[in-house]
Structures are given as C-alpha cells and as structure tokens.
Design a protein around this ligand. Sequence first.
Ligand code: CP
Length: 309
Amino acid sequence: MTTNTDDSQPRHFLDVDDLTEAELFTVLDRAEEYKRALETGDNHADLEDQTLGMLFQKASTRTRVSFETGMTQLGGHAIFLGEDDIQLGRGEPLKDTSRALSRYVDAVMARVFKHENVEVLAEYADVPVVNGLTDDAHPCQTLADLQTIREQEDGFDGVSATWIGDGNNVAQSFALGCAMTDIDLTVATPEGYELDEEVLERARELGGDPTTTTDPVEAVSDADIIYTDVWISMGQEDERDVRMNDFEGFQVGADLLEHAPEASIMHCLPAHRGEEITDEAIESDQSIVFDQAENRLHAQKAVLSWLLE
Ligand code: CP
C-alpha cells in the first residue's frame, strides 16, 4: 500500500488499497456515470489534451485497448510503449525512464512483471502511475470486477463471492476489493496455491474476513458470484503439467455449477476454455464475463480522471 498524503506529490494507483474506502466508492460511482453517459451519447471530454503513456512488458488485449479507448473517449491520447520500443529494453534504468516520461505525459500506466518495478516507476514519477498488472496485483481489474458485481447484485450488501483456482495477482487485488466493499469472500485453492498471508492480513485490516478452503464444492455452495482465472499465468508455462494436475476438481463447469445454479460466473479473461472454465459455463446465462470485460473501460476512465483532476 502506497497511500500518499503529501499534496505536492501525485497520487498513484498500484493496488486497490491505495484508495480509501470513500475514494473507492467515488471511483466506482464515476465509472457508473461514464457507462451511462456513453450509453446515452453524452460522453465527457474530462481529459482533453492529456496524454497517457502506456508501458507494457507483458501482452494484453483488454488493458491496452480499454485504456487507449478510454483516453480517446475522454478527449485525450494514449501512447503505447512496448519494452523493446523504448530504451528500457536496452537496459535504461526504470527510474530514468520514469523521470523522462514524467516530463512528457500526464500519467503513466505500466504492466510490468515485478511489483517492485511499478513501485520504482511511481517513486520517480512526477505524474500519477497506474498499475496495469504485476505478478502481485491487478487493481484495475478489481475496479471493473466491483462495478460488475454492484450492477449484478444491485449493491454490495449481503453479497458472497467465491474465488476458485489459483491465488494469483487478480485474486489478491480482488480480496482487498471485497474487504473494502464488505463482500463476503471465500477463496478455494489447491494446497500450495493460496493467497499470500500478507495480502490476507491487509484484507483483515480493511475489515474483511476471507475464508480459505481447499474444497471447491463447499466454496461455491452459497456463492452469489463465482470467479475464476487461468491456472497457468504468463511466465508459468513450464509448470503446465504440474498445475493441470494440482487444479483437478477446480474447473468451473457442470460438476461445480450443479451446486450453484443461481450464481453469476466471472472471469477476468483471457480464459483457457476447457481448463479452468468450460465453454458451456462461459457461454451460459450465468456468465457475466463480457459485461465484466466491458467495465474495464468505464472503471479505468474513472480512475484516470479521478487521479488527474
Ligand atoms: N484481464 C486482463 O488484464 O486482460 P489483458 O491481459 O488482455 O489485458
């Protein structure tokens, strides 16, 4: 958590708990307003003439396109910077990249592997830095997830969500988001794939009380929301055989869903259909996966305009 209380320094968004609970709700309200405005053709050019530098060390469909489209819709501009398009790929220190970028752009969005690297970018930037995913956290995804749950459940009161599968970066930020919105969270993982204890502790400090289990059937039985993600993330391809074996029984498909016929199904995408989720599940009436993908656009517009105002 990097909450900055010094008004002369930019605010960054490196994980969900960089926002206070009140700020999180402000951003979620704004995301809802942007979505409505787009639907009624009443778009707001709140970031006219502003530029977002987008730094990607990893591949992306949703994050890249939603940030770039969001900046266009807000009257601004986004520049895509792949690692090999700039001097970072040739060994320039991150802090130099960060300081130079700060002289050109109004905000930086970075997708890097190590969380420490996005922290270095933020430390040396004179403009807001937004985490577009690290190995530890995916807070922009969580904003869209919360917006989606709020729409689906008409608020957060009494909502119970179950995370099924790997306790990965998406799960970790989601756990913090659930804690801040009073969503009752159960995390079902195979042994050895649990959320970091440090993240669970942060969730508890935020008022959450996540339940952890290795039993996927028990975990989904009372869930309003079932959320899963890939079992093999970028950079873990060598572990495929071991992971496929370890995650047996954790697939979101007919066997699990017979215990939760009313629950909504979420997935941050990209999905490996036939592994963590079946074709039938993602295409079913229970699936809200593509509303969730759409909400990346609205939520990111909201966090960018909030950081830059
Ligand atoms: N969910 C998500 O971050 O998707 P991309 O990797 O395509 O950006």
